[in-house]
Structure formats: C-alpha cells, structure tokens
Design a protein around this ligand. Sequence first.
Ligand SMILES: [Fe+2]
Length: 285
Amino acid sequence: MGAVVFAAKVSHVPSIWLSEHSPDHRGIRDAAIASLRELGRRARACGADTFVVFDVHWIVTIGFHLNGNPRHAGSYTSHELPHFIENLDYAYRGHPALSEAIAARANDAGLKTRDHRTPGLGLEYATLIPMHHMNPEASCAVLPVACNVNASIDESFRFGACVREAIEASDARVAVLASGSLSHQFWENEHAEAGLDAISSEFNRQVDLRVLELWQTGRHTEFLAMLPDYATRCRGEAGMADTAMLFGLLGGADYRGRGELVGEYFPSSGTGQCNVEFSLAGAPR
Ligand SMILES: [Fe+2]
C-alpha cells in the first residue's frame, strides 16, 4: 500500500536562485537553501519515491488540475522575474498512474479534476526551486498539482483529503509539499530592490509568526479557523490554496501532529517565508 511519508510547507522564492547565480547576491539565501536540502534529505530518508507539489505558481481558474506527464524536462525562465530565474534546466520522471488515481478520487468526490498528458505543460518555479534542492539527483518522481484561485478554502481542503486517499490506495511513497509563501505582500515597485531582504508589513510579520507558533504547538483548530481571513488580509499567494490542500491532506481539525520550523522565518521581497516539516505521527489513519 502507498503512504504519505513526509509533508512540508516550503519556500520557493526566486531569490534562492539569485543567491546561487547572481554575483551581486551570492549567498543571500544560503540559509533557505540549507533548509530545503535538509527537508529533501529527510523526505528521502523516509523512503519517498515521489514528490507531490501543491504549486501556487501553477495558477488555474476553473477546476483542479494535475500534471501527469510521464517525464518533465525543459529549460525554465520566469516571465514574472526573468532577471531572477533564467535557464533553469530540469529533468524529472513524472507519475502518470498516481496522477490518474488522484483525479479519479477527486472526481468521485465531486471535484472537477483533470489529469493531463500534455508535453507542452511545463513546470513552474514553485515546483522547480524546491526540487532543485530537495531532489538534486532527480531520484524521485515529481507530480505537480495546480492551485485554483477561485476555489474556496474548503474546496481546496477537500481536494487535499482526496490526494491523501488516492496516495494510500496506490503503491507510491509520497512526500507532499505545499510550495507557497506565508504572507505575500510585495513592496511597491519603487521600493522593491531595496526591500529584497525585508518584510513589507510589520502586521504581516506578526501574523506569520503567530501562525508558525500555532503550527509548532499543534493548535491547528485555531489556525484553520483563521485561515480564510489570513489568506485574504495577508494577501496569501494563490489564496493559500497550497496550505489548504496540505491541511486537508493532514486531516484538518483531526490532525494532532506538529510543525517543525527548519531554519528561520525569513523575508523576501516583502513576503514572509518558511520551511516547515509537519509530523505525520498525528495524522489520522
Ligand atoms: Fe511564489
């Protein structure tokens, strides 16, 4: 039987790529890179053979979507920030069978879901940046999942539960990642360069820190109660659909595990970032 063997909320900020490839910014995200590498090591140590990634940069507006291509390969340059990420070469195995199984389970639950075999459907950087460091040998398959910006938190939550059910009925051992920001308020353009390493709002920073405290102390009922407001007021990336799907997968209010902050909370271009592993010991079976 398959299993979710690892779960985490991870950062994918483009300044991570800048940190490695821009002489003017060399090393600025060394700590975040170390956290991603450690989380990748832990996932593989748990026996993961596949990464399922809830990707807030694969934004969809109607239905739920999975990239079930058997192979993902290309060279990625960001349209949003081409001066941050360019020529990121990638090649990973996909997992068509698991993609099909998740889509079938979600459709059975009434969530309109499509499983794609489309060679032109490339990967986005919320998958690529974490995979670059967490799956450096490309030893694990990669299955990207889109975030629907028009789905309610509850709908994304229910989709996450379906992902877990499908994984458990498969033969895959899966590390599930919610790849997205905490608060996500960019600086106004004229302050963007100066604000590369700073949060844009003290209010957002304080709320982010409170959220991390709730996760670390297992107060998930309180977190879930605030999630819709948090996503709106702190400008959640893709409506925090990644986080909603992750908590749906973990069991929601029945989840008794805790988050472990790996590395430090850090700001990037105004946003709040973290890398957090969620214990699966407290996930309902
Ligand atoms: Fe992002």
